[in-house]
Design a binder for this molecule. Sequence first.
Ligand code: HEM
Length: 394
Amino acid sequence: MTDPTQEPRTRQDPSPDSPAMRSTCPVRPAPGSGERPGYLVTGYAEAREALADSRLSKDTAVFFAGKGSRRRLHPAVAHTMLAADPPRHTRLRRLVTKAFTTGAVAELRPFIARVTGELLDPWPAGEPFDVVAGLAVPLPVIVICELLGIPPHDRPQVQRWSGQLFAAGRPDVVDAASHAMAEYMTGLIAAKRRDPGDSLLDRLVAARDGDDHLSEDELVSLAVLLLVAGHETTTHTLGNALLALLQDPAALGRLVADPDGVPAALDELLRFDSAVSTATFRFTTEPVTLGGTDIPAGVPVLVAIGAANRDPVRFPDPDRLDLARDASAHLAFGHGIHRCVGAPLARAETEIALRALLTRFPGIRLAVPPDELKWRPTRLVRGLESLPVLASTR
Ligand code: HEM
């Protein structure tokens, strides 16, 4: 199905259509491009409703059954919690939430700050530097590897597989990376069983709900999901947030003068340019009427989070970055039962990295004209190939 949020034009601009279009036509058929027709949701209220509607299933195994897909994704990657409905989803999510506590994230803050500092140390003041390659890519992967207990010498390889899982238009690369990653995690879990530690993965191995515990396949699947879901999303949230500030001198100046304002500004930055531009796909299990549009059973529905976050009905003057607005109702982390498990970690990383950048380099500015910036041709996640800045201290 055609998704306007993925067209080259709209990669430059997170709004797939005009504010008027979003308000008057918040749910509409997205004409097929040789595949099955689907529906696109761009209105805020409708997006929220769709994300919480149990008639919109995430169980891709059901949707693709009998459709003869030639994909060879490893089952642990294909059937994650994010592609499950209750009761399976409820059970898996409960066990993850038990292991992935707010306390575990809070404990990581000094580590995140230290890694950020180490990544920024080699930056030559006043010289051009790529924030994506130098900070936004390595930071989340180092942090999630630390949290999961992945040994430092394995991290570069894990990072490569994780990147390959997002390789747009290369199903063979994605499928091969899914197998490599699943095999690696299987070995790591076996090692953790032999020699337990106190990482998140160890806690997942030990997680129980009464007599219920995670099966080996479920453990591998969760470990891969946490690694992948927390990597590119955080990378591009940081890149997009910094770019928004670099293009708005008043907002940038405000945070440079008061870096303690970064946590409060984060919601507006997440709303303004949401790295997850469309939620993962859902499909109707029965006919559904959404925003006055009748959607038949058995068709895919894409919720355009980036567009919903720019809906003028919910956020007046939505294409303006306004750090003073209350944007906490944004949908950047989704909504409903699949709302992002890693949101506290993602917030901590983005906040610490932005604060460090603005504190160290108060004169930071773009090193190239904005229209020379290249957006990645990936689906779902919207982010920059590179973000060259002059890391100026004045
Ligand atoms: C700023 C960075 C992040 C953004 C913008 C983000 C966004 C999202 C969104 C929109 C969803 C819901 C998708 C849907 O309903 O189709 C989601 C789910 C999820 N996210 Fe994140 N995420 C981020 C970082 C992280 C991190 C750091 C982790 C873990 C370490 C993580 C783990 C997950 C998991 C496990 C789910 C699935 C939850 C479920 O199915 O119940 N995310 N995320």
